[in-house]
Design a protein around this ligand. Sequence first.
Ligand SMILES: Cc1cc2nc3c(=O)[nH]c(=O)nc-3n(C[C@H](O)[C@H](O)[C@H](O)COP(=O)(O)OP(=O)(O)OC[C@H]3O[C@@H](n4cnc5c(N)ncnc54)[C@H](O)[C@@H]3O)c2cc1C
Length: 353
Amino acid sequence: MGVRQNSAMQTLSPTLDVQQRASLREHNTFGLPAVAATLVRLASVADVRRVVDHPTYGLAPKFVLGGGSNVVLTRDVQAVVLKVEIAGRRLVREEPVAWVVEAGAGENWHGFVDWTLAQGYPGLENLALIPGLVGATPVQNIGAYGVELKDRFDSLDAVDLITGHTFTLDAAECAFGYRDSVFKHDLAGKCVIVRVRFRLPKPWQPVLGYLDLERKITETGNTKPDARTVFDWVSSIRRAKLLDPARIGNAGSFFKNPVVTEEQCRDIIGRDPEIVHYPLPDGRVKLAAGWLIDACGWKGKTVGRAGVYDKQALVLVNLGGASGAEVVTLAKAIQESVYGRFGIRLEPEPVIL
Ligand SMILES: Cc1cc2nc3c(=O)[nH]c(=O)nc-3n(C[C@H](O)[C@H](O)[C@H](O)COP(=O)(O)OP(=O)(O)OC[C@H]3O[C@@H](n4cnc5c(N)ncnc54)[C@H](O)[C@@H]3O)c2cc1C
């Protein structure tokens, strides 16, 4: 019969893979301790419908979990945790100006980027090595090295957690913004993204207008890198710069870079001429959150076993044995001191549960 089981599982439905009192420590890159009262693994769209139709889980509150690289778990989770494991990747169609490729929400993001390049579909190389799964990429419109998901997005399929109906959204309907989308607002907690499609442009042009990539051009003398070379460059830059969660638990950048008006920025520059800032095309100015935190003296500071990474103030870390409450206490103290000095409210990037 179609039952997937392991020793820690109790099978409550003939076809759903359910684990009671499941530790989530291995399922979040911060390595925070938390237990899910119920964890259901979703291997297919049919599994999502089974959860919706389930006599117990159907009406229960739910939390969708991907790779756990953008969550802070502050306590045990009473909501039914839906662990997305839907696999699959394929070329949907080739158009004169684009390849449209699709991946299941449970595919590892970096593995998928690597696969697209191996198939000869460039376009995602600047987003190499971002942790997590494909299904979470539209949630915060991931971005790195001058490319955001929205620049390569075609559409996605999601299943409504109340009705069990599958629906499709295009880019406009996803309402992408800077680390933002409809899935953080109107659709937060209401659906499971099950498949994402990407539109990879033909002809391909590298995106190289980022200081670290310009340095690679100078170092190597290669002014016309192909997509695989850009992928390798981005991967090596990230490996050198970013803290590997397998070594020290973290969730990447903990705060979004705040965006202020030109007037606010002038006012801050008047007081702090060194402030790192980037003018945006709409006239507003993006400030480097890491700089603001560093300027308040937070690098290397700790609350319990949670700390501010001593090489990059934007990254909060689990020094070993931290609780989610310690991480949140530290984050709030940082927010207060940045507000006190600059009058700017920092907004956390990860979802705090
Ligand atoms: C070292 C490090 C570096 C990082 N670098 C970057 C970076 O350069 N750029 C960047 O943008 N981000 C970065 N991140 C953040 C993170 O990797 C991304 O946000 C990633 O897309 C999260 O994927 P995940 O599968 O781990 O999502 P999770 O952490 O599991 O979930 C994140 C949110 O998405 C929701 N969600 C997940 N899957 C689904 C689904 N299938 N359907 C509906 N909702 C879903 C969850 O409910 C949750 O609200 C970094 C993180 C780390 C640890």
